[in-house]
Design a protein around this ligand. Structure first.
Ligand SMILES: Nc1ncnc2c1ncn2[C@@H]1O[C@H](COP(=O)(O)OP(=O)(O)OP(=O)(O)O)[C@@H](O)[C@H]1O
Length: 303
């Protein structure tokens, strides 16, 4: 009898404990959800912008800006009726002003929104338009995020079918903020074939997967160099991209060679798609643009 009452008491205590831990757990979950809701802003489209395409890479200097610029121009070429925007979100090292030959300060409209600058039929916005040329940006986290907010929310894009976003290298705060704030249609991973670049590309792919951002595919840049004497293609930096593509279950969209004219035309502010319309590299960028359009249309059809 005694032991029975003891057991019942024990049971009641266990029950009460279970009840209280469940209640506490619920409270913790609710609290977590609140923190998440606070920490993760709700994704909000950019007014007037239909599809946002991120151009990203694990490493710096592999050709994100070159890809972004030529992709934007190729999208305009394959369908001139489309409105294309180019957003340079690299706060510390903006390249779009040089490559698109734009360097004015943007006009501010009556609603205090910045008007994008325009060249070759593409509307562009970059941190580079807002600072003195050559001036270093010595900012810390909060200021960077404020600048990014301006670029995301205080630009009067008008009507845009494809907004190409050139991102800073790596998986840092800027990229995460873009992903948390904007509905991204898809991302292109730019890499060169060196092992060091491929390793960080894998990391980028994993991050996109975790954050449910569809990867359109890999753009392999500086794939090979053409021998000036016999025109043999030499894979200067190795040939590991195919292996990576298999591993991360991703297709290689295009392979762009290391080519003097790409670099020279970038520096002149007349990207190769504009300056050399008959160059096979220009055809590759147009093919990339067609694949991006197909991806966007397929995605839209599935919804
Ligand atoms: N396929 C190529 N052939 C020759 N030069 C190239 C090629 N791709 C890019 N470049 C040149 O390499 C340099 C770096 O390219 P780009 O600025 O596009 O890289 P990025 O990844 O955007 O760099 P960052 O990480 O600094 O923003 C530039 O001078 C560009 O003109």
């Amino acid at each position: 009898m005694l032991s029975r009452s003891f057991n019942i008491k024990k049971l009641i205590r266990i029950d009460a404990f279970c009840f209280s831990t469940a209640t506490i757990q619920n409270e913790i979950d609710g609290h977590k959800a609140k923190i998440m809701a606070r920490g993760l802003p709700k994704k909000k489209p950019i007014e007037g912008v239909k599809d946002i395409i991120l151009v990203s890479s694990g490493k710096g200097g592999v050709g994100k800006s070159t890809t972004s610029v030529n992709l934007a121009l190729a999208l305009k070429h394959i369908d001139p009726s489309k409105h294309i925007g180019l957003l340079d979100s690299d706060i510390f090292g903006p390249s779009i002003p040089l490559m698109m030959n734009l360097n004015d300060f943007p006009q501010i409209d009556v609603n205090k929104m910045m008007e994008p600058l325009r060249n070759y039929g593409i509307k562009c916005m970059s941190m580079g338009f807002l600072i003195e040329p050559g001036a270093p940006v010595i900012w810390r986290g909060l200021m960077v995020m404020q600048a990014l907010q301006k670029l995301m929310r205080e630009v009067n894009w008008g009507e845009i079918d494809y907004l190409i976003v050139d991102t800073p290298p790596g998986t840092g705060d800027t990229l995460l903020s873009l992903i948390q704030n904007l509905p991204i249609t898809g991302a292109i991973l730019v890499t060169t074939p060196q092992v060091a670049a491929l390793q960080v590309t894998r990391r980028g792919a994993t991050m996109f997967e975790k954050l449910s951002i569809p990867v359109i595919g890999i753009l392999e840049n500086m794939s090979s160099i053409s021998c000036p004497n016999c025109s043999t293609e030499i894979p200067l930096f190795g040939a590991g991209t195919q292996k990576l593509a298999k591993e991360i279950n991703c297709r290689i969209l295009e392979q762009i060679p290391l080519e003097y004219s790409i670099s020279v035309q970038n520096d002149k502010g007349i990207p190769i798609v504009v300056s050399e319309p008959e160059n096979p590299i220009t055809f590759s960028y147009r093919s990339l643009a067609k694949k991006v359009v197909e991806f966007v249309e397929n995605k839209a059809n599935k919804i």
